[in-house]
Design a protein around this ligand. Structure first.
Ligand SMILES: Nc1ncnc2c1ncn2[C@@H]1O[C@H](COP(=O)(O)OP(=O)(O)OP(=O)(O)O)[C@@H](O)[C@H]1O
Length: 443
């Protein structure tokens, strides 16, 4: 670091020490945000602050004499500037009034020095040979660690504080000024999820191909976005244009086949334009690059969180994610991606909707119903998810839609069970059906 330009405030450091030396009780008020010796820039100041902290921890009244004796005993008196310097510090401040402000300045300059050091380390990392995305992750970890150590990131909270914060939240729920979650607008699902999608939650939607995972996820995303919450869809399988066709079909209730072929019927065109107009205002973002790695997913999601405040990230679908390694088994790769998505949900405080394939073996069972153990390629998918919903197609319903059993095989926040959904493939609409599936009804 260029010594001429080091972020450092000599006067603030001296004033903190001066207050502590002349007004012994004042430093008790700093218990909530204590200063550490390394927050000071000058070595002498670090030694003096370490002595003050040690005495105050032993409940010994802090003053010039006590601090000097402590330093002399450890052979540090000269390096700390001697008794003359301690006396000058003690006489330099008329009152303890501005202690918090001085301390804040000392902490701020320490953080800025650490930032400069981290930036220099980041430059070194970037200059070494190797994969750019891996370097980016390394640099991000460096700054995340700094954020954590500076106290800017989340610290452990006491249960008392958590309860206090929740009381305000309960009140807001009671007054109707907050919602318990982001509603999917499938009421039974929302109630099973305790109000809808929530930050930090991983909801896995699993089914055999073509059952409608993408279509259901897209409807949920459109509904969340229509309520004003930005969402991001990683579509590794379908292009953004194809998803736009499906979104328009869903929003305008226009037959998807006719949208795709352009053979629109009377009345379609008006509904389609209105759907396009409405859809274009929704905060829905699509990343349709194929075979993204976890690193790429994470980097994009972080950027989208910062730039657009996204609240839901959907990944369609897990088994299409590329792995960075290549040498480990597919099982381990899927496990790493699944773990990474769970971390992402917590780190960015977003709900992650993971679409997943399931094994063929379910089809060999008498009822054909999928089980949690059918999640393809890894048990980690089941472990990392807060909720796993397995979609299983049943009969055709009289209105031409298909009955789909949405089996809540795992549900951390609520009851497990089945929800009867009706899927109208023509217009990509999902709704709840009145068919009773609770005893395995439907076929
Ligand atoms: N014009 C249409 N009329 C009726 N149904 C349609 C029409 N177009 C598409 N579908 C149905 O919509 C569903 C779309 O499934 P979707 O792609 O969402 O499934 P998926 O579970 O995501 O499958 P995959 O894993 O293969 O992506 C399919 O069942 C398809 O048959």
């Amino acid at each position: 670091m260029d010594p001429q330009r080091v972020p450092f405030d000599e006067q603030a450091e001296q004033s903190v020490l001066g207050v502590a030396l002349s007004f012994s009780d004042a430093i008790d008020g700093m218990a909530g945000a204590p200063l550490k010796p390394e927050h000071f820039f000058r070595q002498a100041h670090r030694l003096i602050w370490a002595a003050i902290s040690a005495l105050s921890a032993q409940r010994v009244p802090v003053d010039v004499i006590a601090v000097n004796s402590h330093l002399v005993e450890r052979g540090q008196a000269e390096a700390a500037g001697g008794i003359a310097y301690l006396t000058a510090l003690a006489q330099s401040v008329p009152s303890s009034r501005n202690l918090q402000r001085y301390a804040q300045t000392v902490r701020d300059r320490a953080l800025r020095r650490s930032l400069v050091e981290a930036a220099e380390a980041a430059q070194q990392i970037a200059l070494q040979p190797g994969d750019g995305l891996e370097k980016l992750e390394e640099v991000i970890s460096l700054f995340t660690a700094l954020q954590r150590s500076s106290g800017v990131a989340r610290e452990p909270v006491s249960i008392g504080d958590a309860l206090l914060q929740r009381s305000a939240h309960w009140e807001a729920l009671e007054n109707g000024t907050a919602l318990p979650g982001m509603p999917t607008h499938l009421p039974t699902l929302d109630s099973a999820l305790g109000g809808g999608l929530k930050p930090g939650m991983v909801l896995t939607l699993a089914a055999r191909p073509s059952v409608g995972k993408t279509s259901l996820a897209l409807q949920i995303l459109l509904n969340v976005a229509a309520d004003g919450e930005p969402v991001l869809l990683f579509s590794q399988e379908m292009l953004a244009g194809d998803l736009a066709d499906r979104a328009a079909s869903n929003l305008g209730r226009v037959n998807l086949g006719r949208v795709i072929t352009g053979k629109l019927a009377d009345g379609d065109w008006g509904r389609l334009s209105e759907a396009a107009e409405r859809g274009s205002r929704l905060p829905v973002y699509i990343d349709d690059r194929p075979a993204l790695s976890l690193l790429e997913l994470r980097a994009t999601a972080r950027h989208m969180k910062q730039a657009h405040g996204i609240k839901v990230v959907a990944v369609d679908y897990l088994q299409l994610c590329a792995s960075a390694g290549g040498k480990e088994s597919r099982h381990h790769q899927i496990e790493a991606i699944s773990r990474g998505l769970k971390q992402l949900a917590k780190e960015l405080s977003v709900c992650v909707l993971v679409l997943s394939q399931i094994n063929r073996q379910a089809a060999n069972r008498a009822d054909g119903e999928p089980l949690l153990s059918d999640l393809k390629e890894s048990g980690a998918i089941e472990e990392d998810a807060d909720t796993v919903m397995l979609l299983h197609p049943k009969d055709d319903l009289p209105d031409g839609s298909q009955l789909i059993a949405a089996i809540l095989a795992k549900n951390r926040q609520g009851r497990r069970g089945r929800i009867a959904l009706a899927f109208q493939g023509g217009t990509q609409q999902w709704s709840e059906s009145t068919v009773d599936l609770s005893h395995g009804g439907g076929t």
